[in-house]
Design a protein around this ligand. Structure first.
Ligand code: AQP
Length: 332
């Protein structure tokens, strides 16, 4: 079986619809066909200012959400990044293979550093994509399910893998991004020119899966559309409606063309009302499942400890071959 690895940051109280449709839905599906490794990347979460107590809570809550979405710990290796020390260890070696300018060209770093001011942005934020490369390469992953915003980081991961293999002999599998085009980028409900994002979206632009379903329904019903009437997919001229159609199609597994037909004689209000209901039906049982996992943190920690143990079996073997390749003594 081909291998898959992906991760998600525990940096919010809830995952949002962009995380789910862009990435997490694929995580669940790929379990049927691939050997899957999924992690909550808490090392990444401390690249920006954070509250320790909140981080611990959000890490458990992230794992609970993954389980509730259908990540099955018997079929997937589900773990927390900091519990597998090889991530930080490989990251150092890869940092020594990464050009300063190369890292400086990462647009996510540039955006986030610009927002914080370069003097306040941490070195960890700068090396973040290298740690991400370590996450992936440790597991010899063939495919990495992510949203479109991660494409550049994946490209860096591929470059680092190839460079390392060329310098030291074949050590890493060179991974491919697994980006599902239809849902690769979910847009902000109030500003469909930008992606739905926990840091850039205004409160009404983002749907958080753990938010009060009534509030989420209201956000859908008040999503920005346009002054036209026709319900057709046209990303350029009707970005708002197209985004709603994308979300609707994904949540119901229907084709967009099928929705266009079904809504040919209806208005934007009907589309939004129906989508709001579909969303409520999706998040309500999801939230119940999350609650049941969160209410039993001891069991959750056990699941994660088992995952970390399995992850280490693979990651330690890769790290050993890396250490050997670069010339460290045995036993390092
Ligand atoms: N709007 C989106 N559409 C599609 N996919 C998305 N992802 C994020 N936003 C969208 C994908 O979700 C996964 C988890 O990403 P993360 O843990 O790095 O979270 P993030 O990218 O930090 O989420 P945000 O909201 O985008 O955070 P900020 O605002 O901090 O940048 C990834 O696979 C990502 O592609």
């Amino acid at each position: 079986k081909l291998r898959v690895l992906s991760g998600i940051q525990p940096t919010a109280d809830s995952f949002h619809l962009g995380n789910y449709l862009g990435a997490l839905r694929q995580w669940v599906r790929l379990q049927d066909t691939h050997e899957t490794f999924y992690c909550v990347v808490d090392l990444h979460a401390i690249t920006v200012e954070h509250d320790p107590k909140l981080l611990r809570e959000r890490t458990r809550r992230s794992a609970a959400q993954l389980l509730a979405l259908g990540v099955d710990p018997d079929r997937s290796t589900l773990f927390v990044q900091s519990q597998v020390p090889e991530h930080a260890q490989l990251s150092w070696v890869l940092e020594c293979q990464t050009g300063f300018g190369e890292a400086g060209r990462m647009t996510q770093f540039k955006d986030k550093a610009a927002k914080q001011g370069t003097d306040r942005a941490s070195v960890g934020l700068f090396t973040y994509p290298v740690l991400q490369a370590a996450d992936i390469l440790l597991y010899q992953a063939n495919a990495v399910p992510v949203g479109e915003d991660q494409r550049q980081h994946l490209e860096l991961t591929r470059d680092l893998a190839q460079r390392f293999n060329n310098r030291y002999g074949r050590t890493f599998t060179v991974p491919e991004p697994h980006i599902v085009k239809d849902t690769a980028k979910i847009y902000d409900l109030q500003d469909p020119a930008i992606k739905m994002s926990k840091s850039a979206s205004a409160v009404n632009g983002i749907v958080e899966l753990l938010d009060d379903p009534k509030r989420s329904a209201k956000k859908i019903r008040s999503a920005v559309t346009d002054t036209g009437r026709e319900i057709v997919f046209d990303a350029e001229n009707k970005a708002g409606v197209s985004n709603l159609l994308t979300i609707y199609a994904a949540l119901t597994d229907r084709a967009i063309a099928d929705l266009e037909n079904a809504y040919a004689d209806k208005g934007y209000g009907d589309l939004k009302k129906d989508l709001a209901e579909i969303l409520v039906e999706f998040v309500t049982p999801f939230q119940e499942r999350v609650r049941s996992y969160v209410d039993d943190p001891a069991e959750l920690d056990k699941v994660l400890a088992r995952g970390a143990e399995r992850a280490r079996e693979v990651s330690s073997a890769t790290l050993a071959s890396v250490y050997d390749a670069v010339g460290f003594l045995p036993g390092a």
